[in-house]
Design a protein around this ligand. Structure first.
Ligand code: PRP
Ligand code: URA
Length: 209
């Protein structure tokens, strides 16, 4: 079955995107707002998590309840993906976290892997790959391939700003994966940056420029 593409249309997300797009927003506010958008998105992204029926004894009787049927694993793509982990974990405190380190070669725009460590339960879990920026799509596509090779079967991607080129790449390479983006921008520029985008997300999160 083909994955879906969900572009969020929510006033709070629109407002918060206006803050992180603004070039005058400093590191502290940028980091906090990226985190807040991640939390707002997580509520919707997790809407279809599988549950099972069970009962609990309340102080006054037996209640029919539903509980999450699967573990959730959040996988940030380093560095920028880290900015979305804490807030998603606030909503899903039992979620485990895997990490994959990728950087984009500035000339070729190809992703290079420098780190990967995942929880052992990855093959049975609902995996949420998080990375704010979907530009060429090379990084997310690579991360999904690595996770599939380690046995992951149920994978969604959650990002903030996407380019049409990135969505196309993911749909070609991993058509089974659901794509959740806070917004879809116009295009990439000659050096592979999203236009109008928000600049280099890792640098803005961590003050490295
Ligand atoms: C950025 C971003 C994505 C990637 C997107 O990371 O966080 O991982 O670029 O580009 P793509 O879709 O063309 O692959 P970057 O390589 O700058 O590394 P950083 O997060 O460590 O700064
Ligand atoms: N990575 C970023 O951080 N920003 C872009 O616009 C493209 C890739």
């Amino acid at each position: 079955m083909n994955g879906k593409v969900v572009i969020f249309n929510h006033p709070l997300i629109h407002h918060k995107l206006s803050l992180i797009r603004d070039e005058t927003t400093g590191t502290k506010d940028f980091r906090q707002t990226v985190s807040e958008i991640g939390m707002l998105m997580a509520y919707e992204v997790t809407r279809e998590l599988p549950t099972y029926d069970t009962t609990v004894k309340t102080p006054v009787g037996i209640a029919k309840v539903k509980k999450l049927a699967k573990e959730v694993v959040i996988v940030p793509i380093l560095r920028a993906g880290l900015g979305m982990v804490d807030s998603i974990q606030t909503l899903i405190p039992t979620a485990k976290v895997g990490h994959i380190g990728l950087y984009r070669d500035e000339e070729t725009l190809e992703p290079h892997e420098y780190y990967a460590k995942f929880p052992a339960i990855i093959s049975e879990a609902e995996v949420l790959i998080v990375d704010p920026m979907l530009a060429t799509g090379g990084s997310v596509s690579h991360a999904i391939s690595v996770l599939k090779a380690r046995g992951a079967k149920r994978i969604s991607y959650v990002g903030l700003v996407g380019a049409p080129e990135g969505i196309k790449k993911l749909q070609e390479t991993h058509p089974d994966v659901d794509i959740f983006l806070a917004c879809l921008d116009e295009k990439l520029n000659q050096v592979g940056y999203i236009v109008p985008g928000l600049g280099d997300c890792g640098d803005r999160l961590y003050g490295t420029k």
